[in-house]
Every structure is written in C-alpha cells, then in structure tokens.
Design a protein around this ligand. Structure first.
Ligand code: GLU
Length: 511
C-alpha cells in the first residue's frame, strides 16, 4: 500500500528565513498538495547557542505571507504535538541510549578544551582532526574506558555526549529522488554527536531522524547542504531498525549568486540592491536590518512564482503560474541537480507581470496602505482607478506613489527642466486661453474634454505637444504621467482649473 504523503518543513530559528528556505517550504507544500498529503511545520530549536528570539515568528509570518499553508505543526497543532523540538526534549534521550545499548553509539567525555587541543595538534601536522574510528578507542570514551569508570563518571555528573559509532569501511548505498543513486564509504565519515548531557538536548541529527520517524514523514525534501548528512541519516534509520519506513529523500539544488559562483547571501543582496529574505528583519541582538520582498513592494504571488522556477522547470514555455497551477504541474523529477542562479531582474519582471494583470479592485487593496502612509484618505474606487491607469509602468507596489501621486496632490513645485522647456514663448498665454475653454465644458468626461480641446487646438492652429506639455506642467508639475485627459477627468474640472490658476500665479511670466 502507498504511504500517505507527509512532508515537513523543519527550519531552525537561527535568524530570518532565507529565500532558499522559503523555496524549500514551497516545494514541500506543492508536493504535499499535489498528493493530497500533509504539510508539517516543525521547529528545530535544539541548538540553544544559535537560537534567535523572533526568528520563529518571522518564519510563521513569512509562510503566511507566501500563502504556504501548514496542516500540522507549530501554530496549528496536530496528532504528534508538540512540534517544537525544545518541547520534545524528554523524547530523545531514550533513543540515544537505545543506540548505546545496541552498540551503535557510545559515551564520550572529552571536554571542549581537550577537543580543541586535539584539533590544534592535528593542524600542526597539517591535518584536520576527525573524531572517528581512528581515535575513538584512544580517547575518554565508553569504548576505551572500563564500564565501572564510565558509570562512575556519569554518576558523579561529569559532562558527556553520545556519539554515533560510524562503521568502518562499509559502503552506504543511498537513493535521492533528484540526485539518483549515491554511495559513500563510511571510513570517510566522523562520529557525530547525537546527544549532549550539558543541556540535555539532542543534536540536529538525532532529533531530526527520531521526529521524522515518529511524525511518519514519507518524504524529506530539503536543501543540498544536508546531502553530506544523508549517510549518517541512513545509518541511523538502520540502527533504530526503521529502514522499512525510512522516508524518501530529495535534496534541492542551491540558490546561487547572480554571478553564478557560490551560495546566494545577504551580502550579494546588499551589494546589488535586492532582498534575500521574504520580509523585513531587524536583529534583536545587533539591531542590524535586512530588507524584505514584502516591504520592497513585491506581491507574494509573484515572489512565489519566481521562486518556484528557481530550480524547477515545467518543461514548457509557461512562466506565469498561480499557486494552484504550481501544485498541478510541480514534480521532483523536474527539479534540477545543479544550482539555480538568482536573477534580481527576473524577480522584478515577475512582479511587473502580476501588477499589470491586477484589476482596479485588487490594486486598490495594494495601494491603500501606501496612500495612507502619505496621508491620503480616499475611497477604494479612485485609489484603484489611479493605480489602474498607471499599472503598466509599475514594477513594484512601491512604484505606485511616484507614478500616481499627482492624482491626489496638486504640484507645489515645477520640475526645472520641464519648466525651461515649456514655460516660454506663447505657452503661458495659450494655457490661459485653454483655461477658459476648459471652464466652459460641462461634461468633463475624458472623451468629451478631449474632443473639445482637440477641436480648439486645431482651430487655433498651434502644436498639440506644445499645449499638452504646458498643461502637463500645470497639472503634474513634471514631464511624467498618463494622457492629460486621464488626469483632467480624474481630478475633475474644479481641480484642473485650480492647478492652472496656480501655475499662472506661481511661475514668473515667460520671457
Ligand atoms: N533544521 C534543519 C534546517 O534548518 C532541517 C534540515 C532538514 O530538513 O532535515 O535546515
């Protein structure tokens, strides 16, 4: 019988969630939804030294913003609660001891200083120290010390760790859904710590395997950086006697720098001006901040679409995918083995595509908070209409204010270059005449105003551009903006006349 699909996103709350982590969560989510499975969120917080307050909240908020729904786990609950590993601490010791009992693990009593000395000593010989089969029987371990001494040390409260006893010269044969078959000789691997008495907590490796087993996880989909841990994880399943129900593994390719070489980092984002985190983050310890896609004006749908295609391709030309379309078309087989280069311009392109397709009502919802920040209180209809007129020129939501502010506030200054160009010759006098033409129009709709003004310009025989650009200077204060009748019909007759009067009063008569 096919196992029910149960996947988990298992971040460690050590800081803001990197967009690579968001992509991991997304692929898990798509896979779960496609198979009618369950998406679990487990918080792996057993490394107390790296714990960062606020990081868990940040993870939850990021997933929510992205539309990645959690079925079971932190913030939701479920049959295997609790889902925060620090709250499951009693569970793990039993399993660590079970491995010691079975000869798959052992106690080690080395202090941090002793380990440091061993490391230094190896370095002086130009080697890297590895805690492995070569040294474990010579150091202070339960493999070397008499049983009574081991017991005495534990009883008197000496600190100990439990290490995995990596087999010697065996080949671990592994299968990865993305990378295929992989083999590793165990002699190249060291004896990882599984449990520490100092804080009575397991390490990542033990907690991760025990929890995946207990939570009946069917597929582990995670970043490539965990591939080197896979042999150990395979052996842990074997040591526990759980190989039969071991999850399938899929290791996702790295997100690479825009220039190609190496993993995408915050530094790359800072240097090139793009975020590597979904949301704005402020470090509680240092006060250091990092920008986020949300605050930079990206739409979650566009952000998700862009991320989905970094490492996966649908095998067709299609680039725009809704979440449901991603769920329908995603497959691990089409995830590439090699790293995916992050392209900041492509991220913007996706956002622009989504902005251009938004209805005025959707734009209103997006734009209203920005308008309010600028002290503009207007109903949704004009907010959405203004954004709708200019959306084709917007890349990010944050562009909207610059593109449309003149709909809501009259210019108080006139751009120098445009003024020099158009506030000269007959133009001010023509504008004065145009004011009277406009004042006489009753139906100020776009079409009617356009018809009357065009007729008047033709009759007068002056240049269309000349008149329109002078009007633009009066209404917008600059050389930007949509067609002039979009502006006049939006702001209305009174405001149009007010703005013309104002420029005529403010700017000195042209020479
Ligand atoms: N806690 C690990 C991380 O932060 C989880 C790795 C895994 O999914 O096994 O990425």
């Amino acid at each position: 019988m096919e196992r029910p699909v149960r996947v988990r996103f298992a971040p460690s709350p050590t800081g803001p969630l990197h967009i690579g982590g968001v992509r991991t969560a997304l692929y898990n989510y798509l896979f779960a939804r496609q198979h009618g499975g369950t998406m679990i969120l487990r918080i792996e917080d057993t490394d107390s030294q790296r714990f960062v307050p606020g990081a868990e909240e940040y993870i939850l908020e990021s997933l929510k913003w992205c539309g990645i729904e959690i079925d079971e786990g932190v913030g939701v609950g479920g049959p295997h609660a609790p889902y925060r590993q620090s709250e499951r601490r009693e569970i793990y010791l039993k399993y660590a001891l079970q491995l010691v009992e079975a000869g798959w693990a052992y106690y080690a009593f080395d202090s941090a200083e002793e380990l440091d000395a061993l490391r230094k000593e190896a370095e002086s010989r130009g080697e890297a120290f590895a805690y492995n089969y070569r040294v474990r029987e010579k150091l202070a371990t339960s493999l070397a010390l008499p049983a009574e001494e081991v017991k005495a040390r534990i009883d008197r409260g000496d600190q100990w760790v439990i290490r995995f006893k990596m087999p010697v010269d065996e080949v671990v044969k592994m299968d990865d859904l993305i990378r295929g078959h992989v083999e590793v000789n165990t002699s190249t691997l060291d004896d990882k710590v599984l449990y520490k008495s100092a804080d009575a907590l397991p390490t990542y490796h033990l907690a991760n395997i025990v929890d995946d087993h207990l939570m009946e996880v069917s597929h582990v989909i995670r970043g490539e950086e965990w591939l080197p841990s896979l042999p150990l994880h395979y052996l842990l399943y074997k040591a526990f006697g759980w190989s039969d129900t071991q999850p399938a593994f899929a290791h996702l390719p790295l997100l690479l720098k825009p220039t190609g070489g190496g993993k995408l980092s915050k530094r790359d984002g800072d240097k090139m001006g793009f975020p590597v985190f979904p949301l704005f983050w402020k470090s509680p310890a240092t006060g250091e901040t990092a920008r986020g896609y949300r605050e930079d004006g990206y739409l979650p749908e566009a952000f998700i679409n862009m991320l989905a295609l970094l490492g996966w391709n649908p095998g067709t030309e299609q680039e725009l995918f809704s979440m449901q379309e991603l769920i329908d078309s995603f497959s691990l087989e089409r995830v590439s083995k090699s790293g995916a280069r992050f392209q900041p311009d492509k991220a913007k392109w996706f956002n622009a595509q989504y902005m251009h397709r938004m209805s005025d009502a959707e734009l209103a919802a997006l734009y209203q908070p920005i308008l309010r920040e600028h002290g503009i209180e207007v109903p949704d209809e004009p907010a959405g209409r203004a954004a709708g007129i200019m959306k084709e020129r917007a890349t990010l939501a944050t562009d909207l204010w610059d593109l449309t502010s003149f709909f809501f506030v009259a210019p108080t200054e006139y751009e120098e270059k445009q003024t020099r160009k158009y506030w000269k010759g007959d133009n001010p006098a023509i504008l004065r005449e145009l004011r009277e033409v406009l004042a006489a129009i009753d139906d100020f709709s776009l079409e009617n105003t356009e018809r009357i003004v065009h007729g008047w310009i033709e009759e007068k025989g002056c240049g269309m551009g000349q008149v329109m650009n002078t009007l633009r200077l009066a209404l917008v204060g600059a050389g930007k903006g949509p067609g002039m009748y979009d502006v006049t019909s939006f702001i209305g007759k009174d405001e149009t006349l007010r703005r013309i009067d104002r420029i005529l009063e403010t700017l000195p008569p042209a020479e």
